[in-house]
Design a binder for this molecule. Structure first.
Ligand code: HEM
Length: 468
């Protein structure tokens, strides 16, 4: 381990070098050629698309060139050769392992953050541009209390957030405004209008109604996220970062009724928060950032429904059945969003970093290894899943267990996304307004049931909406 690497390790301060175990019983190692292929075919497209904020032109190129399917095929080839793995990549100056077996996905996610830290080095460099104290890149006691704050504020175990009835009017109103805009535009729905409407919902739910049209904070976030795409290759713009945090702290202090910011402020006032107001403000950029993939996945979900009339019909029946409820659960729309995320994962690389040596059946993984779980390999592996390329909402009709194949759009285990239920609540109700009130035709793509593409470019997806 180089001194520079030691400094950037999330937990270890002293590393005595590899133990006899990791030397005498190493994990299998990919050849230099295989490693180069993984870098070129798996990592490069993922990083080029933009891990923190998508680059629309690259997403279009990756879709057109079929690079996502090639990435899955590359990992399948390695799995055939190396069996259970994990396989170490032959990276000069960097220890990196690729996970190949479903059991190891479960294990690694369950054993996070020790010995598999969420605060992986590259991720820390990417997120330091706008949220250096967020739970995801924290470790030890800091991580525990920041995680706890997220769990409480986001009501993470509850399918229906306790403030749902306060959030849903914003969801319905903004969907209505979007539908009026679409009608005025002759029925065409494109991603740009959807994204803007969606973020009006997000601003209102997270920060409060008066933030509905606050595009400045979102633009600041977008600029910092674009820097985050370059991780350590770009210096941090501390002024812009401070600006984000100041604005967010002001929103929490304002505590507009019905917003999550207000709930956070109440927790602070009642002394129920283990985190300081500063740390609290550092958690919120992650939410604003992560509501972006929620927009993408729900929009792609509309494409799934438009291409699967039977599923759309079932969804509409459920919308009608739950119409009288103040906070409908809408399981089929939730499953549609989960399927969209399985088919087109918005966090394709789940990264961990070992805080010590870890023993696997095939050998020992050294301390300080970056562990790559490439979700599309597990989500779209037609060699093991008969529903790999099919829209199959039924795979989400129960809480998935450890005994099952790992489908991990929101990760899993102690670091599972604490926003997952809130995302599903808001997206399902937003989509319900659209497909409940309009007929929907997909204009831009031809999705063939049973042969769904490896990537669906949300930016170019277009629909025609008409009166039902
Ligand atoms: C479709 C939308 C979303 C997806 C697919 C998603 C997915 C994920 C994934 C895969 C992780 C784990 C990342 C890792 O381990 O490296 C994660 C973590 C996290 N997500 Fe989400 N997320 C979404 C939206 C949200 C939203 C809207 C919020 C907040 C309102 C949120 C809050 C968080 C937080 C705080 C973490 C860090 C958890 C920890 O480290 O303990 N996410 N998310």
């Amino acid at each position: 381990m180089t001194p520079a690497k030691q400094q950037s390790s999330p937990v270890s301060t002293v590393y005595a070098g590899p133990s006899a175990d990791s030397v005498q019983n190493p994990l299998p190692s990919a050849t230099a050629v295989e490693t180069a292929k993984v870098l070129a075919e798996v990592e490069l497209p993922t990083i080029s698309k933009g891990p923190i904020i998508r680059r629309p032109r690259v997403v279009a190129a990756v879709e057109n060139l079929g690079l996502e399917a090639r990435a899955v095929a590359r990992v399948q080839t390695l799995a055939e050769k190396y069996g259970r793995g994990p396989v170490m990549l032959a990276m000069p100056g960097r220890k990196m392992a690729l996970v190949l077996h479903p059991e190891h996905v479960h294990r690694i996610l369950e054993e996070s953050p020790e010995p598999f830290a969420t605060a992986e080095t590259l991720k820390r460099h990417a997120l330091k541009h706008f949220e250096p104290q967020v739970a995801l890149v924290s470790h030890g006691a800091e991580r525990s209390r920041r995680r706890e704050t997220n769990e409480k504020v986001l009501d993470h175990q509850q399918a229906i957030h306790h403030m749902a009835e306060q959030f849903l009017p914003a969801v319905r109103e903004e969907a209505q405004t979007l539908l009026k805009q679409v009608d005025a535009a002759g029925g065409t729905l494109d991603y740009s209008s959807y994204y803007k409407a969606w973020f009006r919902v997000v601003n209102r739910v997270v920060l409060g109604d008066s933030y509905r049209d606050d595009t400045e904070l979102l633009e600041l976030m977008e600029t910092q996220r674009a820097r985050g795409n370059w991780a350590f290759l770009r210096p941090v713009d501390t002024e812009a970062r401070d600006d984000i945090h100041t604005r967010i702290k002001q929103a929490v202090a304002k505590a507009e009724p019905g917003s999550i910011a207000a709930y956070m402020a109440q927790m602070q006032d009642r002394g129920e928060s283990a985190t300081s107001p500063d740390e609290d403000a550092q958690q919120i950029p992650q939410w604003l950032f992560a509501f972006d993939p929620a927009g993408m996945s729900s929009y792609r979900g509309l494409a799934l429904l438009a291409s699967h009339p039977d599923q759309l019909e079932a969804v509409r029946q459920q919308i009608d059945q739950e119409a009288q409820q103040h906070a409908p659960l809408l399981p089929l729309l939730r499953a549609t969003v989960l399927e969209s995320l399985r088919l087109w994962a918005t966090t394709p690389m789940i990264l961990r970093e070992t805080t010590r040596e870890v023993e696997f059946e095939n050998g020992v993984m050294p301390e300080g290894t970056t562990v790559l779980i490439f979700a599309p390999f597990f989500h779209r592996d037609e060699k093991n899943l008969d529903y790999a390329h099919t829209f199959s909402p039924e795979v989400w009709n129960h809480e998935r267990t450890r005994e099952e194949w790992p489908l991990v759009p929101f990760s899993s285990g102690p670091a599972v996304c604490p926003g997952r239920n809130l995302v599903q609540l808001l997206t399902s109700n937003f989509m319900a307004e659209i497909v409940g009130q309009r007929s929907i035709d997909l204009l831009s793509h031809d999705l063939e049931p049973g042969r769904l593409p490896a990537l669906l470019n949300n930016f170019s997806l277009k629909f025609h909406l008409s009166e039902r």
